[in-house]
Write a protein that binds this ligand. Structure first.
Ligand code: PEP
Ligand code: MN
Length: 339
């Protein structure tokens, strides 16, 4: 529920109104905006009568939000959320953030070397999985803590903030200590207990990937879980969904970019690597995403994709990664952004 306050309202009247509403068990917070004075109510608003609120002299109008998500809702927060990651800003009209790196950290030297190449190409953050969600229990499961520490060294050498996937709540403290953006993978998008723990135990930005069979509203509700539990630093990441099409690994749903921007105020990043599953398709998917208004790209890069321990078929070599960034920069200009 959104309450718009009259321009010259008496401050004490507003205070009393909010105090009375909070007595009914809802939380009221002021919504930032330059031209308005607005309060959003979260929690169970079913017992609140909007006509009774409207009767207050200080109230301009009251709107009940139909969507189940409140904190993620654009109506509650008209301005774009911009997330600061070690000084790099993601969202709003800020530069489009390019994140590159291997699917999995395979050894320390490899990830440090790739970090240098990602940086030289124009990438501003490093990705690398240390805990890997693999379909087969016999496949490489990731270097785990050793992989995290290799990412930390790569950050020390290059200054690039690091992004890595967290799979279980027992590793939150490790990620809180070492990782700059905590990735929640497609398979865990609806692991609600994990989402709640993330909200409670960290304020690090969360890159929340869309589940492969989830609707946009389900995805936003997952963001809402994290936000309602205390961490509002959520970045949404589209990584392709499952459809009948078998030519590509997944189907990249680019329409989510304007839809997410309309429904929410959160930044949106596109993962063209998992969306297509084929390195040859990564560039065109990336350029299309930039043209459609994404806030960032997360791309798998590997020096020797033929020998990669995971997702080699969709990894770009550093030279191709650089060529992609150079083209994306031109497209970004058309939509009023930079890279
Ligand atoms: C990954 O980023 O390597 C990954 C496993 O992603 P997703 O959860 O999108 O499959
Ligand atoms: Mn991968």
């Amino acid at each position: 529920m959104i309450i718009t306050i009259k321009k010259n309202a008496n401050k004490q009247d507003v205070k009393n109104l909010i105090k009375n509403l909070e007595k009914k068990g809802v939380t009221a917070f002021e919504i930032q905006g330059s031209n308005f004075d607005v309060y959003g109510l979260t929690g169970d608003t079913s017992a609140i009568d909007e006509k009774a609120i409207q009767a207050n002299e200080c109230v301009e109008n009251v709107t009940r939000i139909a969507a189940k998500y409140k904190l993620a809702n654009r109506l509650m927060h008209p301005e774009d959320t911009v997330i600061d990651v070690n000084g790099i800003k993601l969202g709003g009209k800020e530069n489009i953030v390019i994140i590159g790196g291997p699917c999995s950290v395979e050894n320390k030297d490899m990830v440090i070397h790739l970090a240098e190449e990602v940086k030289a190409a124009g990438g501003v953050m490093l990705r690398g999985g240390a805990y890997k969600p693999r379909t087969s229990p016999y496949a490489f499961q990731g270097m785990q803590t050793e992989g995290i520490m290799a990412m930390v060294e790569a950050r020390e050498k290059t200054g690039l903030p690091i992004v890595s996937e967290l799979m279980s709540a027992d590793k939150i403290d490790e990620f809180e200590k070492y990782i700059d953006i905590i990735q929640i993978g497609a398979r865990n998008m609806q692991n609600f207990e994990l989402l709640k723990e993330l909200g409670k135990r960290t304020t690090k930005p969360i890159l929340l990937k869309r589940g492969f069979s989830n609707t946009i509203d389900e995805w936003i509700m997952s963001a809402e879980y994290i936000m309602a539990s205390g961490n509002e630093n959520v970045i949404l990441c589209e990584r392709g969904i499952r459809t009948f099409e078998s030519e590509t690994r997944n189907t990249l749903d680019l329409s989510v970019i304007p839809i997410i921007k309309e429904k929410t105020h959160l930044p949106i990043v596109i993962d063209p690597s998992h969306a297509t599953g084929a390195w040859k398709l990564v560039e065109s998917a990336s350029l299309a995403a930039v043209a459609a208004g994404c806030d960032g790209l997360i791309i798998e890069v590997h020096d020797n994709p033929e020998c990669a321990l995971s997702d080699g078929a969709q990894c770009l070599k550093p030279k191709k990664f650089k060529a992609l960034i150079d083209k994306a920069r031109e497209i970004a200009k058309v939509v009023g952004r930079d890279i």
